[in-house]
Write a protein that binds this ligand. Structure first.
Ligand code: ZN
Length: 97
């Protein structure tokens, strides 16, 4: 049962923010390089990248205290529009140990 979904995917948006889910455009060289803006491969803004790192570190280490400290330095505005798994991770972290 093959479907024909592979047409018309190549629009302007080729990436989605791992925090808020917003579509954005990242060029291939941005994706590959770890140059000045590696966050472009993950999130649509620097602030969202910082949140991503905090949640990511928490996922790896399970260290709520460290993750909460990282989140203190992040702008969590618009949090209600973040992806559900990010929202629940943030809640979990900020619920404290
Ligand atoms: Zn975002």
């Amino acid at each position: 049962m093959n479907t024909q979904k592979n047409t018309q995917i190549n629009t302007q948006t080729n990436a989605h923010c791992k925090i808020c889910g917003n579509g954005y455009r990242v060029c291939n060289s941005c994706r590959k390089s770890q140059g000045p803006s590696p966050w472009r491969a993950v999130a649509d803004s620097m602030e969202h990248y910082k949140i991503y790192l905090a949640v990511h570190h928490y996922t790896i280490s399970g260290d709520k205290t460290a993750a909460a400290a990282e989140l203190q330095n992040c702008d969590l505005s618009g949090q209600e529009s973040f992806l559900p798994e990010i929202q629940s991770a943030i809640k979990e972290i900020l619920a404290g140990s």
